[in-house]
Design a binder for this molecule. Structure first.
Ligand code: ATP
Ligand code: MG
Length: 181
């Protein structure tokens, strides 16, 4: 009898752990961080870019318009700190406000990078956001995370109060230019 009870309890525990792991994995792989860069905000192409994002099936879980400080920008792009273009990139990214977004979709990271297009707008495919709105290799309209680890760091940097599992849809109000959590 005791053995039977133990087996039942063990089965319940194991299956709930499996469910939790599966749930966490599917949430993780379905999120990315996107940013509309200062060039596209300044040229007022941000609304058009947001429309394209929605038309391609991304759900905007959080959105925030902010003017990054030098320190925040250097932290955000720290992976490039030894590159020759680092200073140019930082000067550009702090030149005007940006709009950061947490996006949800199946294969969010890959699909968002595909929709952004190549880093250099000249090399980007027709129909991609960088082809449509990018100016040059620095001023290329949008940013996207390149891995889940990066997405996690970037989402945390922009939305520190966002609930850990991102299950709740977060309302935003662009006019307030605040964090919407
Ligand atoms: P992002 O990280 O912004 O999504 P990406 O992943 O396509 O862009 P990265 O190699 O990570 O490209 O470069 C980060 C950003 O640095 C680019 O989006 C661009 O703004 C700038 N950049 C990249 N390469 C160059 C370069 N050769 N000259 C000038 N700026 C560059
Ligand atoms: Mg990158």
């Amino acid at each position: 009898m005791k053995n039977k009870l133990f087996i039942i309890l063990a089965t319940i525990t194991i299956s709930s752990i499996i469910t939790k792991v599966t749930e966490t994995f599917s949430i993780e792989s379905n999120l990315t961080f996107a940013m509309i860069k200062p060039d596209a905000v300044q040229t007022k192409n941000d609304d058009k870019i947001i429309d394209i994002i929605k038309q391609h099936g991304f759900e905007i879980m959080a959105m925030k318009k902010t003017h990054l400080t030098q320190k925040e920008a250097e932290n955000f792009y720290s992976v490039h700190k030894n590159k020759s273009f680092f200073c140019t990139l930082i000067t550009f990214v702090i030149s005007d406000p940006v709009i950061g977004m947490a996006l949800k979709k199946e294969n969010a990271i890959q699909d968002w990078r595909k929709l952004m297009g190549a880093t250099d707008p000249k090399k980007a495919l027709t129909g991609t956001i960088r082809k449509l709105f990018g100016t040059n290799i620095t001023e290329n309209a949008v940013h996207g995370s390149d891995s889940w680890q990066t997405a996690q760091q970037e989402i945390s940097q922009f939305f520190p109060n966002l609930s850990a599992n991102f299950k709740e849809k977060i309302n935003f109000n662009k006019k307030k230019e605040q964090q919407y959590v």
